[in-house]
Design a protein around this ligand. Structure first.
Ligand code: F6R
Length: 364
């Protein structure tokens, strides 16, 4: 049932404040300001290395997690898409945790990668949205997302719920490694708990984004740029746009533009820049200005401070609530999803059932 929404995808985008809050309930305790895992008997402190494997949008959630695990827990992380991981003979040493992320829990490549990692002696952690799925059954450490059934083929609420679980896992790992003192843990809990309200704040820009979609819909190619945890978000934005609007889109690390892709820039290629104000903001803005100097039309997604500092000269801006960098990827996922959605609606595509795609990819 789509409720009063035109598509399942839009309904699922709007469910995010509730389902992220629901998911966080299992992983953060406001009462004593602690992060927690549903299966606490797992010895995280012994983990020496994490290998993350997933496909598509779930893989991009994993990319964000790599930044978090390394930054907070100082644990080395390897990450790959499942279809490559399976066949490249990856080196997995003792004491490794292999982490698989999947909405469905049935994706063939991810499942095969899981079984391979087990045969190589890795502990198996699974972030999955379907608790009865094959991957859920095969996990040593099951970390469910509580997004509820996701019907739209394009993943939305599962992604933000995955990020919520992964942030909590990063904090758990950091604590187990002695790298998160109670005061820092309290801060993490506070920031994560702010995510649902911030997502609500982001949803308030739906109409503005709908109006802006008219600027993107005529394009043949669109680029997305971001740095740090906003880089995977740029990749996710491009994937969302491709799969439901059929517009060609690519995501790049903002700093990579000058190594090739900037040659694509002209007034016909809109560039979506994802840049919350923070430590990497100035760097991203200077990449954005390089694009503008070559006639590129920029849409800047930032907060009020960011738009004030760098919004002049942009084709359009989207103002997000000001949030802590930890939850920025969760909150900035919303405008990225809404933009793809509204462009697809303008293009008249079958938003919930895009051509050539299946919700669950159970063949290799
Ligand atoms: C994109 C999308 C796909 C899935 C991918 C993995 O919107 O939905 O890229 O993310 O097929 O699926 P799961 O997460 O079920 O393993």
């Amino acid at each position: 049932d789509k409720g009063n929404h035109r598509h399942f995808m839009l309904k699922e985008i709007y469910e995010q404040p509730i389902v992220v809050a629901q998911t966080l309930k299992s992983y953060v305790r406001r009462l004593d300001d602690q992060v927690s895992l549903p299966t606490p008997d797992f010895d995280l402190s012994a983990i020496r290395r994490v290998t993350i494997v997933a496909c598509g949008t779930s893989y991009y959630a994993g990319m964000v997690a790599k930044y978090w695990f390394e930054q907070f827990a100082r644990v080395p992380v390897d990450i790959d898409v499942a279809s490559e991981f399976r066949y490249r003979q990856p080196v997995m040493e003792d004491g490794g945790l292999a982490l698989f992320i999947s909405q469905s829990g049935e994706t063939a490549d991810t499942l095969a990668a899981l079984r391979h990692a087990r045969s190589e002696g890795q502990k198996i952690a699974v972030v999955v949205n379907v608790p009865t799925s094959t991957m859920a059954r095969e996990a040593d450490l099951l970390l469910p997302t509580h997004a509820g059934p996701e019907i739209g083929v394009a993943s939305t609420k599962a992604f933000t719920c995955q990020l919520a679980v992964l942030a909590a896992l990063a904090a758990n790992l950091a604590r187990a490694k002695g790298r998160l003192d109670p005061r820092e843990e309290k801060e993490v809990v506070r920031h994560l708990s702010e995510a649902p309200a911030a997502i609500n704040g982001a949803l308030a820009y739906d109409e503005a984004i709908e109006a802006m979609a008219h600027l993107i819909a005529p394009a043949r190619d669109v680029l997305y740029l971001g740095r740090g945890t906003d880089y995977p978000l740029a990749l996710e934005g491009a994937l969302k746009l491709k799969e439901i609007s059929y517009i060609h889109a690519e995501g790049y690390a903002a700093g990579e533009m000058k190594h090739g892709p900037i040659a694509l820039i002209d007034e016909n290629v809109p560039v979506i820049v994802i840049a919350p104000s923070g430590p990497l903001f100035d760097k991203t803005v200077s990449n954005m200005q390089e694009v503008q100097a070559r006639g590129g039309k920029v849409v800047l997604i930032s907060d009020y401070d960011g738009i004030q500092a760098a919004g002049d000269g942009c084709m359009a801006t989207i103002t997000m609530p000001k949030v802590h960098p930890l939850i920025a990827p969760i909150v900035y996922a919303i405008p990225v999803q809404l933009l793809a959605y509204h462009v697809a609606v303008l293009k008249g595509t079958d938003v919930d059932q895009p051509r050539n795609l299946a919700k669950s990819v159970t063949v290799e």
